[in-house]
Ligand binder design. Structure first.
Ligand code: CP
Length: 313
């Protein structure tokens, strides 16, 4: 881990925060170290941080969200920023205003950071071409969810003391999951072995993908469970929720295929009784699901801190 002074003073070479693809292994390590610094600060409940005082953060969430939107708002407020939230509902998007015109109007109001969630792949990168301020990707279609992958990595690193050499099984709808894509990018860079497991129709064509739970979960230190992204499906699934639970829903029985003591993760939102057994999700010894949410705030504080380093007063 880097020293406290190093993480609070390091420079960040990117204007925006759009994808895990654009980050090096060293940058990911440094972001996780900075996020760790904010975990400690948040647990102390010190409310005195004024790092982003005078900064205006706009959360433009054009797709539904609980964790990402709330945690970006809390993160910005904990750093002393002002925050404005905007959703499609109640905006002039419903009067036919285009995405580009919406962004041009936002840019004219001179925000210091724009956090965006959008259903289209590449929307955050498109926004970065229009906005003068840094843009952070809060999830774009099936493309990337970079801050989720970072908070997942922070959760794993805190639990196991390392990332290198861990084995993680990602279980569920891999095909439509931006969480899976960003995690696979990050884990490859950090030396984590990943296997993907799910029904054939929800699996991309990858050498590490299988529809056999026993094979997919073998030796896993952590099982990351994903929901089926029903809003992104192009065609009707060949199975019911009940069929899915029986075949792929993570239960205490199926978890035995993984390493003894393997932990469970889920980015949320969670469908209990579909992709995961309710009791397992709530098991305080095995489930890191609420820890992931806590790490989300610290990780987003680190991201906001880093993208504003060049510009803040
Ligand atoms: N993990 C995640 O992105 O959750 P939300 O959709 O609630 O933000």
């Amino acid at each position: 881990m880097l020293s406290n002074t190093t993480v609070t003073q390091m420079s960040f070479p990117h204007h925006d925060f759009l994808s895990i693809k654009e980050l090096s292994r060293d940058e990911i390590t440094a972001i996780l170290d900075l996020a760790e610094h904010y975990v400690v600060q948040n647990r102390r409940k010190s409310q005195t941080n004024v790092l982003l005082r005078g900064c205006m953060v706009i959360n433009l969430f054009l797709e539904n969200s609980t964790r990402t939107r709330l945690s970006f708002e809390i993160a910005a407020k904990r750093l002393g920023a002002d925050v404005v939230n905007m959703a499609a509902e109640g905006s002039s998007i419903h009067k036919g205003e285009s995405f580009v015109d919406t962004l041009k109007s936002i840019n004219a109001m001179l925000p210091d950071v724009l956090v965006i969630r959008h259903a289209a792949n590449g929307a955050a990168a498109d926004a970065a071409k229009i906005l003068d301020c840094p843009v952070i990707n809060g999830g774009d279609g099936t493309n990337e969810h970079p801050t989720q992958a970072l908070l997942d990595a922070l959760t794993l690193k805190r639990r196991f003391g390392k990332l290198e050499g861990l084995r993680v099984a990602i279980c569920g709808d891999i095909l439509h999951s931006r969480v899976a894509k960003s995690n696979m990018e990050l884990m490859e860079k950090m030396g984590v072995h990943v296997s993907c497991v799910g029904p054939k129709e929800l699996l991309p064509d990858l050498p590490n993908a299988t529809s056999d739970m026993k094979t997919g979960l073998k030796d896993a230190d952590a099982v990351m469970v994903l929901r089926i992204q029903k809003e992104r499906l192009q065609k009707t699934l060949s199975f019911t929720d009940e069929d899915y639970f029986n075949a792929f829903g993570l239960t205490a029985e199926k978890l035995k295929y993984a390493k003894p003591g393997a932990v469970i993760m889920h980015p949320g939102p969670m469908n209990r009784g579909v992709e995961i057994e309710a009791a397992l999700a709530d098991d305080p010894n095995l489930s890191l699901i609420t820890t992931q949410v806590e790490m989300g705030v610290a990780t987003r504080m680190a991201c906001l801190d880093l993208v504003t380093r060049k510009t803040r007063r």
